[in-house]
Write a protein that binds this ligand. Structure first.
Ligand code: ZN
Length: 174
């Protein structure tokens, strides 16, 4: 799909968002565990382990691209506290709910060794958009560095191609 870019006036291919439809800890469950321990929806996921419960919400993350008009969009999951989860759940239909939560990244972004324990700030948005995730800048991790420095257009296109190749899309490259 091409569109005329408002930034440079030229035609671009439209980049798809790189979307994870389920959080990685859910993917890691067996089929039976998914049925017995997991609850999954488009925006919410709960895993009830014998000793603890983990709660996840679906968000977006915008990876800056240095040499291009567009940024690369990710659909990713973070785990949040029970209190934050409940607050987000209770206000899901509330268009004026703007707040922030602490969240741990729970999607394994290909290219990086492991992005599962990256601390983030989750900002909910007015309207019906999904919350935006910002990795904590002081956390020493290649993913965090790339997030703030930006990646090249070539790297973004490589990531898109590789995601599309694994048509499962929510593939974790495990
Ligand atoms: Zn452009």
């Amino acid at each position: 799909m091409k569109y005329k870019c408002s930034c440079c006036g030229q035609e671009h291919d439209e980049w798809p968002a790189l979307t994870f439809y389920t959080p990685t800890p859910y993917n890691d469950l067996t089929e039976n565990e998914k049925k017995t321990l997991g609850q999954i929806g488009n925006d919410f996921c709960v895993i009830t382990y014998p000793n603890q419960t983990e709660r996840f919400i679906r968000c977006t993350l915008t990876q800056k691209v240095i040499d291009h008009c567009d940024n690369l969009e990710y659909g990713i999951w973070v785990s949040v506290s029970e209190k934050s989860y409940q607050d987000y759940y209770d206000n899901f239909e509330n268009n004026n709910h703007v707040t922030e939560y602490f969240g741990w990244l729970c999607s394994r972004i290909p290219v990086y060794e492991d992005t599962l324990s990256v601390p983030t700030t989750v900002l909910t948005k007015a309207g019906n958009s999904r919350p935006e995730v910002f990795p904590h800048k002081d956390f020493d991790h290649p993913f965090v560095k790339d997030y703030y420095v930006g990646i090249t257009k070539a790297e973004a296109e490589r990531r898109i191609k590789s995601m599309l190749k694994n048509t499962g899309q929510h593939s974790d490259n495990e």
